[in-house]
Write a protein that binds this ligand. Structure first.
Ligand SMILES: [Zn+2]
Length: 270
């Protein structure tokens, strides 16, 4: 295992090398010389449950680190029952499906409550999500909560909100994903972000290393290639170095450009 395993998100939603055909994520990883892959197991914008993958056994047996990203639509924090209850069910289904492909974790966004709601209600809903799952034996893979770029009453956009969330979920072994684009959009100081997060969570399990098309504090979530965005590339490299954990690129581009990004990053971190 390299000191900083570098993976790439493969599949719909972010990259051009879209559908996991022609060998699937493992073939893409080999072409890019990636140490890991991140995949969706169902439509990222939909509510369909994951179905068994034909390449599950290969993913399970592979040395390539596999990360699964839950659909964006999930929001276990919301006070809206018609969103929260299916979100919990789908989260559990994705965790089972993630275990079936040998994933090291399931990434899920922190979610949010409505503007009129007390954010404490969202924190409580997160606690219940973990608490109920714990009664069922817990999640079969670690749940990794990702910081988000914008939105009012978000659970994991601002550091003070993250601290309140972690008071509720830390005891259940929740993991954390630091997305550099989202942190930049939320106005975090990227020079201290890794230390700032660790002071709250005690851990960073994964970095989504992405540049941003928008200025600091914009609340916008538009990823850019590592060396072609508003965030100085040196700052991104320092985030990766300081976090000292697996990295997944969710940068726009194709196999060739991702191979170049991996090579650049690997050299910078060596
Ligand atoms: Zn991300």
């Amino acid at each position: 295992m390299p000191a900083h395993p570098i993976g790439v998100h493969i599949g719909p939603g972010l990259t051009e090398d879209d559908e996991p055909d022609a060998g699937g994520p493992l073939a893409r990883a080999a072409e890019m010389d990636a140490d890991g892959v991140q995949v969706f197991l169902a439509d990222p914008q939909g509510w369909t449950a994951p179905t068994p993958r034909p390449d599950a056994a290969d993913l399970l047996a592979s040395d390539v680190t596999v990360v699964v990203h839950a659909p964006y639509v999930l929001n276990v924090a919301t006070t809206n029952n018609r969103i929260r209850i299916p979100s919990r069910k789908l989260l559990a289904a994705h965790a089972r499906a993630a275990a079936a492909v040998g994933a090291v974790g399931l990434v899920v966004h922190g979610g949010h409550v409505l503007a009129r709601d007390d954010p404490a209600a969202g924190v409580d809903n997160w606690r219940k999500t973990f608490g109920r799952q714990a009664e069922d034996g817990g999640f079969p893979v670690p749940l990794l909560i990702e910081n988000t770029a914008g939105g009012g009453n978000a659970m994991a956009r601002d550091l003070d909100a993250l601290a309140r969330l972690w008071d509720a979920v830390g005891e259940f072994g929740a993991g954390f994903v630091l997305d550099s684009c989202h942190a930049w959009a939320a106005g975090w100081d990227l020079a201290t972000a890794v230390d700032d997060v660790r002071a709250i969570t005690g851990r960073i399990d994964l970095v989504h290393l992405n540049n941003s098309r928008d200025p600091h504090g914009s609340s916008r979530d538009r990823h850019a290639p590592l060396t072609d965005g508003e965030i100085p590339a040196e700052l991104l490299i320092e985030v990766a170095r300081a976090a000292d954990c697996p990295i997944v690129l969710e940068t726009p581009g194709d196999t060739a450009s991702h191979a170049e990004e991996i090579e650049m990053l690997r050299r910078a971190l060596s």
